[in-house]
Design a protein around this ligand. Structure first.
Ligand SMILES: *[C@@H]1O[C@H](CO)[C@@H](O)[C@H](O)[C@H]1NC(C)=O
Ligand SMILES: *[C@@H]1O[C@H](CO)[C@@H](O)[C@H](O)[C@H]1NC(C)=O
Length: 123
């Protein structure tokens, strides 16, 4: 895993994962703002909806709009939200999960906006 700090708001992380394992994609608020009543959005390749959390409502409790590819395969860490942690876990990764993942926190909290390139390989 290669981490590179570009500036205060971005960091890039390039990772190689094996198929069928779970991966955690990191994203967090620098000031550890309580995100319980905030919004965070994860996208793949800038347009596919991976995971959206809006003040307690999200794709795993009835919110619609998630890309079919990610149905039932993504969760977040509810107990970590209050510490500014909006990381997600993608379960059972497959080759087609390779791509660029980005996380945004709203409102624009002093966040570490993340852009992560995930490469899934079979060995
Ligand atoms: C975060 O906000 C929730 C909901 O208002 C509250 O229950 C929780 O105690 C807060 N946590 C912290 C660490 O402030
Ligand atoms: C966020 O939570 C995940 C899952 O518990 C953990 O792996 C990760 O280290 C946490 N990130 C931070 C910045 O605390």
């Amino acid at each position: 895993i290669l981490t590179c700090v570009i500036n205060n708001f971005f960091f890039f992380l390039s990772s190689v994962y094996l198929v069928k394992i779970d991966v955690i994609l990191p994203c967090s608020s620098k000031k550890k703002d309580n995100l319980t009543h905030e919004v965070f959005d994860w996208k793949k390749n800038y347009d596919k909806e991976v995971f959206l959390y809006v003040k307690g409502k999200h794709y795993n409790n009835g919110k619609t709009g998630q890309d079919e590819d990610f149905k039932n395969r993504v969760d977040f860490f509810e107990d970590q939200l209050q510490f500014g942690n909006a990381s997600i876990r993608i379960k059972k990764t497959k080759l087609t999960d390779s791509g660029i993942y980005s996380c945004r926190l709203f409102p624009n909290l002093d966040q570490e906006q993340t852009r992560i390139t995930v490469n899934v390989h079979i060995y």
